[in-house]
Design a protein around this ligand. Sequence first.
Ligand code: NAD
Length: 286
Amino acid sequence: MQNLTKVALIGNGISKSLTPAMHLQEARAQGIPYQYDLIDTSAPQFENQSIHALMSYARDHGYNGLNITFPFKRAVLETLDHIDPIARDLNAVNTVSISDDGIHGLNTDYVGYLFALKRGYPGQTSDRVLLVGAGGAGCAVCLALIDYGIHDIVVYDRDSDAAQRVVAHISSIRQNARICIAETLDPPKMDVQGIVNATPMGMAKFPGAAVDLSCFQSVTWVSDIVYFPLETAFLAQARSCGLSTMNGSAMAVGQAIKSFEIFSKYPADPDRMFNSFGVIHKSQGT
Ligand code: NAD
């Protein structure tokens, strides 16, 4: 009889997350005993608890793995014994494994976007790419683009300090890449072939798109990392202009695959997890 893999998602307002169902379906398909709980600081049991208290709870209750989301991706670093080099570069952890060796943290935003690029990058590695959105996910996307082989990136964020931080930080750790900041979105001056949306624009709470593609003559492809909904206004406009597109599903699935493998210690089946993601996403009405 295999040991139970006991994992949880720690975050605030996480009741609609697709991650537990994706893990549970993959575990069921492989016959792995698996429990996935929510440690939600918007629920009365965990309300207002610090990340230190939540991590102690997880250790004391025998969890072997944790997915970590908003607002704890940075704060959790202080509670870890070992931090993966990429997570350290990004200063953010969203996956934690707990074992006799201690508590290890890594960042699957990076792993997930790299998985998405390998599975369906719609451009050429020689392309110049405009990355819009320089928050936590944007920083991971920037690093994944470079590690995939795209070495010419322009970063724009309406908060220019955020863009500046990402450009300075990523330039210092990936000196092989040419990364610059765009103070404004000025399409004629940009000459980019690809655009990645790493802002929340396109989600139900943030309707519309961060970029108007009709002004970008040189663009041949776009990628959106938003996955609620999968069809954003940005992707719809791209398709209507005849551009190649990549939606946020592969990044989400790539992240789930990585954390499932870390927690269960068994390889996941990517096609089956893609299929589960599609079914679960549809059942949520998006
Ligand atoms: P964040 O809040 O850390 O960063 C968002 C950044 O976008 C901020 O710097 C903000 O200033 C900028 N921004 C917002 N609106 C803008 C606009 N109109 N123009 C330019 N910049 C704008 O958020 P995050 O954690 O980086 O996540 C961003 C989005 O990525 C989320 O909403 C989520 O949907 C998506 N995401 C998807 C996956 C996936 O697996 N597919 C993983 C992580 C995040």
